[in-house]
Design a protein around this ligand. Sequence first.
Ligand SMILES: *Cc1c(COP(=O)(O)O)cnc(C)c1O
Length: 402
Amino acid sequence: MHGDMKDKGLATQAIHAGEGPDPVSGASAPALHMSSTFVTDQVAGFSAHDLEEEAPFLYGRWANPNVRTLETKISMLEGTEDCVCLASGMAAATAIFLTFLSAGDHVIVSDVSYAGVAELARDTLPRMGIEVSTVNMSDLDAVSAAMRPNTRLIHTETPVNPIGRLTDLAAVAAIAHAGGALLSCDATFASPLGQPSKALGVDLIMHSVTKYIGGHGDAIGGAVAGRKELIEKIRNESAIHHGSIMSPFNAWLIARGMATLPLRMKAHQAGAMAVAEWLESRQAVTRVTYPGLKSHPQHDLAQRQMTNTSGMITFQVGDRATGEAFAQKMIEKLQIVHYAVSLGHHRSLIFWMGTDALMETSFRLEGAQLDSYRDYAGDGVFRLSVGLEDPADLIADLEQVL
Ligand SMILES: *Cc1c(COP(=O)(O)O)cnc(C)c1O
């Protein structure tokens, strides 16, 4: 694309990488290219395998200028060779599993993951003949013990949705690589600013760009960043063959949002710190989990690994009935914070995540794994995505309830 942004700062890269003034009109902002096909001077070439190194745009399922702009921005911020954008975060997770796993292979997945990923790993992968182990990724001995000769992939998520537990990425990468497996990490909570995933050894960095990268709650999308050879495989399988491409309009919206990501992450972190400290001072609140707080059980790891502690807080108010009662009060009283799922938007969002319900549907943990979950989440947590409003206004809004 235009200009070499490799030696520039993150804020400059987020704005300028992958785009430039329109050569025909001089437009400073990128045009939206909704064209499904592109006029070509190539006589033939009709297979994903015919794609050339810097292939011109041919057909929208292969590549699109707006999607390419977003992919360039994300790979620039992650410091990877390439990136592929797909229809949703779930499409990105599915792409990783279905591209790198075949019948007879084994995958280790974090026992707490985004609910859709947990259910996909448990319900769909075994149906394809793929062996799945779910492991507490903060327990390195358990990760080592789960490795098998046919382990091809470890998939983790840090900080993990919804409880904010962390994975030591460098340590898990060492275990994966010693066993000849790839490490993929769902870095949605952290955003590209939250941790140097590639430097820590992650091979496939996954994002739901619906969240921080888009940042405005108006477009769904997903991304995987990594080495060119790995991303090419995903592009061939998931975009070109499975067809789970991102729409150009979503790419245009998300790239516009991403231009301010470095600035927004600073504000999310500052706002979350203020709200987390206030929550810790409230009598109704029995426990706050935020990687920026000294009270986080893995605060040392957070300090070592995270370059921005992001805007995701979880907090507890007591048992299930108490949590549900507070949730009801929030639905009735909150004026600024929206009671809704999703996260990473400029608007603050809060949602109750009951432990019993999540165990029945998504996680089904038992024994030591359930104990570890309850250590972080008790009978349930409020997941609060601190937006970009004035922290004082957020605190005043929450004070009506807490
Ligand atoms: C939202 C989310 C996903 C799924 O992303 P969609 O864009 O909704 O498909 C995956 N992982 C995490 C951590 C998420 O928060």
